[in-house]
Design a protein around this ligand. Structure first.
Ligand code: SF4
Length: 399
């Protein structure tokens, strides 16, 4: 039996006229049979679910699993997170990027301890007042952990609902976005309307939408409509063009950015600098680097900034990585030298510097790109010694 009420499919303000009663049961049943066994699905602890939801923002499930497992082993509850040294929190997050998420987790944990006696608040308004918790995360915690009829709308849910209704317009904006929140709310309240104690229908319904978007109604041209439990209600499938939805605004252009990055080796140690208090990666250590134009010579920049002769540098392979809309190119130069006293004095005025051994670097929080550089360093140094014919470690300046 079809599940459509044909009263506005494809309009910008409606939800495709789909009867919620007809699809909620099928979504819940499908989730029960097909849900992936993920570690945070084995718990109802709001703290554990909150951590998983924050980690999963912008990050694939398979990447998150080991991070979440390590985090929960080291910081198993809100009190441990609130009391942890910030560098421990950043170290556990190292490699996931978007580090403000980790800092907000700790700030929110401290609020929960200070203002809620260490217990997760149940009211949406109290959840939304916590740092780093927006409507999606509040809905996820309330519905998944507490089985409350609160809606969720992340990228996966948005894609499923947009296709089901063939909803036009950018679903992240304006009337389309409001329609989707209303529809998500209708669906979870429909699930709740027939709930019995302990059957967790709100949790299962919301997770079914997330799971369907992640595993069946996937982005691009090939959603697996043959496996979809609500395909007969889907307007985009009926029209033969699910790939048309959602109608997202074009991605912003990628901007290249270039950095001159210095690996300085002195007495078997490497110079690191601590990111200051304002940047996106504050609290992380990295090799000294300065942003340059595409045409500037890294040797000139590094030579001038660090007081080291330009011909002392040897080139290492560039490191390329992406952050949001930026394509970063680290042009890496190696020198067996220490900065001039004047350069060190000036640098000391701008922040902390540290000479770290390879072992010490392993325990410090490093930004992802610089962790990659640190991991490649032993091979580069070995190659550099071979090329120079040096039998042992790096020589000291002046030797
Ligand atoms: Fe997505 Fe296809 Fe299901 Fe429609 S029928 S919701 S396009 S998987």
């Amino acid at each position: 039996m079809g599940a459509r009420r044909m009263d506005g499919a494809g309009s910008t303000g409606g939800t495709g006229g789909i009867d919620p009663d007809a699809i909620v049961e099928r979504l819940i049943g499908w989730f029960d049979r097909n849900a992936r066994d993920l570690p945070w699905r084995r718990t109802r602890d709001p703290y554990a679910i909150w951590v998983s939801e924050i980690m999963l923002q912008q990050t694939q499930v398979q990447t998150v699993i080991p991070y979440w497992t390590r985090w929960m082993a080291r910081l198993p509850g809100v009190h441990e997170l609130a009391d942890a040294p910030p560098e421990v929190v950043l170290k556990l997050w190292e490699g996931l990027g978007y580090y403000s998420r980790a800092r907000n987790l700790q700030r929110a944990a401290r609020c929960i301890v200070d203002e809620h006696g260490g217990a997760f608040p149940h009211e949406s308004s109290a959840l939304l007042a916590l740092p780093g918790i927006g409507p999606y995360t509040a809905g996820a915690i309330a519905s998944i952990a507490m089985d409350r009829p609160e809606p969720i709308l992340d990228g996966n849910v948005m894609r499923v609902l947009t296709r089901l209704a063939a909803l036009e317009g950018d679903p992240r904006k304006g009337a389309s976005n409001r329609s989707l929140w209303e529809w998500a709310s209708t669906l979870v309240r429909t699930a709740h309307s027939t709930h019995a104690l302990g059957d967790r229908r709100c949790s299962r319904l919301n997770q079914s939408l997330m799971e369907l978007g992640a595993t069946v109604c996937t982005p691009g041209a090939r959603p697996d409509c043959a496996r979809c439990p609500v395909s007969d209600a889907c307007e985009a499938r009926r029209r033969g063009c699910p790939e048309r939805y959602p109608e997202l605004a074009p991605r912003v252009a990628i901007t290249p950015r270039f950095f001159a990055t210095a690996i300085l080796v002195h007495q078997g140690r490497h110079l690191l600098t601590l990111r200051g208090d304002t940047g996106v990666n504050r609290g992380f250590w990295e090799f000294p680097n300065w942003e340059t134009s595409a045409s500037e010579s890294p040797e000139r920049i590094l030579g001038d900034r660090l007081g080291i002769a330009r011909d002392a540098w040897s080139a290492l392979p560039d490191l390329r990585h992406h952050i949001t809309r930026y394509r970063m190119v680290q042009r890496v130069r190696l020198a067996h030298a220490s900065p001039s006293p004047a350069a060190m004095a000036e640098a000391a005025g701008r922040g902390s510097w540290l000479w770290a051994s390879e072992v010490e670097m392993e325990s410090l929080p490093l930004t992802s790109a610089h962790r990659k550089l640190a991991r490649r360093l032993p091979a580069w140094l070995a190659e550099s010694r071979q090329l120079s014919g040096a039998p042992t470690g790096p020589t000291l300046p002046g030797q």
